[in-house]
Design a protein. Structure first.
Lengths: 366, 366
């Protein structure tokens, strides 16, 4: 795979290379869109919370970590059932190394973060099996688009990430509703990807909504309303508003493909200014296929931060090499932005050092 | 009065000139802090709403006007009882001429705007006569400080304005509590400044709180809690967070002096990076004395946009020359920023032309 700095060009190498070139030495703004959905509480769907109710706290805790360097709404930091810490640790370390400004935007939350955040008028999401998952989609889209247009004037480019447990299941929902074959292709924060559970939830949701594969290809708003999550209209609106003016790095794994499908349906003209930025763990993942989904939507490049925690002195970080967590909170995109902004001065080794330093501080180990 | 572009140096000419020089050709970010207080509903206190209940709608409507070019939560635009339109018309025109990005931040609102806005966790303010005017002051201050620090990284300098009906009365409250003699010195949006009413409200509030002149000089948080408004901690926090890094133009009239007193008490070190930016109508106002208040607080410069609506073809704009409205929604500071950002290419004549164009559109006249 071609590369520059510690960034891999994982899809459409030519476009990926010229996209990264555009970011070189430029000033990014990182926006973390957070939201919650009851979908995350389906048994076995998500590793983002040890207990189902904990998934309500993961997004605000991640956002607090980015802005404060510690969480306020929970003790410690979000961890998987195995005790592996949130990828927000990667994001926070990358953004701090390159002094990248951070804003948080809410798509709809059950628990609000104890930090400043942009409110787009959204509400928490329901279980997609209801077929009636998200309220206020048009309104949130509109407000996020306005915010994206203003924020595009404050930076050379935007990097947008997300934190929403259950997000790959809702991604599968929206992709399916919009006619993109993503069955068995969305990623998971768990080493054993529960494709069957996700697929069952999506099928139940589409049936409840009276919809089927591809029936909402032309109606992105209804696709989100039926089987999506509240992060999606916030994220898609920001992209639509900003990418008309500046490059936008959509920072995330397979969830980004659902947002990409929405952006394409809302305003395909901006796609030329968009790339997906993720981690090597996602592009190398045998249990998902981010490229195979993107291929069906649009010819946008995929970049991947070549992170490698194999040599870490902490088992909790080595676990990333076993396919646990993989991505989230814009970790890959934030790492790419830190490398591009510093023209490669921030390397993957330096980043791992900073991540280990923060890991030790936050996990209370040496 | 010395000047550069169409900007007057109204206090501390030397510092004012060098402050403006720092802004020349640079990229500002405008933030409008909005909030509501029941204080505005005291009969005769405010012209910002024709009926007392209307004051709940003025701040969100002003914010919508800035971002959308029209209001959503009301028909038309906010007007005084005489039908004179909100100064947000000036702000919007100035920011658009110079393509300045805008964000809205809420300090605590009864009616939320139908646009994206930064939430600092504040709640609407009570009547200061209760002596218990604002909740959550420390928390809002802390969150606004965090936001200010992040936003300072996205622009060369910040321009911060406000919209809160009743704000000069609460300003008098906080100034008095902090030992600044502002009696008869705060401005008014009405041609007849109701100093007696404001003073009575402040006296009642301080008595109810068991406080008196200067008794809270060392406790800015409690000064706001007792007799302030929810715009203040949002605004002061943004200044404290941002002015540690970049220049901050505090855009407003005599209300800015209360925020200045808070900032001084919170972190006097940042005052060297701060100026007040207002309009000629405020600095020339015989019924108030912005310089006389600033003199008691800190040696910060005061700049004033030399706006002149005497030659306007609309009576509704000519009225500004009779002392109606005068300032608000950061109008003066936005005008100064538009002139500085364009190195004088935006003149007061050009600005009046754009304001008249928007006036005609929004007021439905020709």
């Amino acid at each position: 795979m071609k590369r520059e700095f510690d960034v891999l060009f994982a899809r459409n190498e030519f476009k990926a290379e010229s996209f990264l070139e555009e970011l070189r030495g430029k000033k990014p703004l990182f926006i973390c869109t957070i939201a919650t959905t009851e979908t995350a509480k389906i048994q076995g769907i998500s590793a983002a919370g040890k207990y189902p109710e904990f998934t309500d706290y993961t997004p605000p805790a991640d956002a607090e970590l980015l802005l404060l360097g510690k969480c306020k709404c929970i003790n410690g930091v979000p961890v998987t059932p195995e005790g592996i810490p949130t990828p927000a640790l990667i994001t926070m370390s990358a953004l701090r190394l390159a002094d990248v400004p951070v804003l948080v935007a809410s798509g709809g939350l059950k628990v609000k973060p104890q930090i400043p955040f942009l409110d787009f008028g959204g509400t928490p999401g329901r279980d997609i099996r209801s077929g009636n998952a998200v309220d206020n989609v048009s309104e949130v889209l509109e407000r996020a688009t306005i915010a994206g247009a203003q924020l595009a004037k404050t930076a050379d480019y935007l990097v947008i990430g997300e934190s929403i447990p259950g997000g790959t299941t809702t991604a599968l929902g929206v992709l399916t509703a919009m006619g993109v074959d993503a069955e068995g292709k969305v990623s998971s924060s768990m080493p054993e990807n529960p494709h069957g559970l996700k697929c069952d939830a999506v099928k139940a949701g589409l049936a409840a909504a009276g919809e089927g594969f591809g029936s909402l290809a032309g109606d992105p708003v209804r696709a989100v309303e039926c089987v999506g999550d509240p992060m999606m209209p916030a994220f898609a609106g920001l992209v639509v508003g900003a990418a008309a003016e500046v490059p936008v790095l959509m920072a995330g794994g397979t969830q980004m493909t659902a947002v990409l499908a929405l952006v394409k349906a809302l305003n395909a003209d901006v796609l030329c200014n968009v790339a997906v930025g993720t981690t090597r763990w996602v592009v190398d993942d045998a249990s998902s296929d981010v490229r195979g989904i993107v291929d069906q939507i649009a010819d946008v490049p995929v970049l991947a931060a070549d992170l490698d925690f194999g040599g870490s002195r902490f088992e909790g970080l080595q676990a990333y090499e076993k396919g646990i967590v993989k991505e989230g909170v814009g970790a890959g995109g934030a790492a790419i932005a830190a490398m591009a902004a510093t023209e490669g001065a921030v390397t993957k080794e330096m980043l791992l050092g900073e991540i280990e330093r923060n890991y030790a501080l936050l996990m209370g180990v040496k």
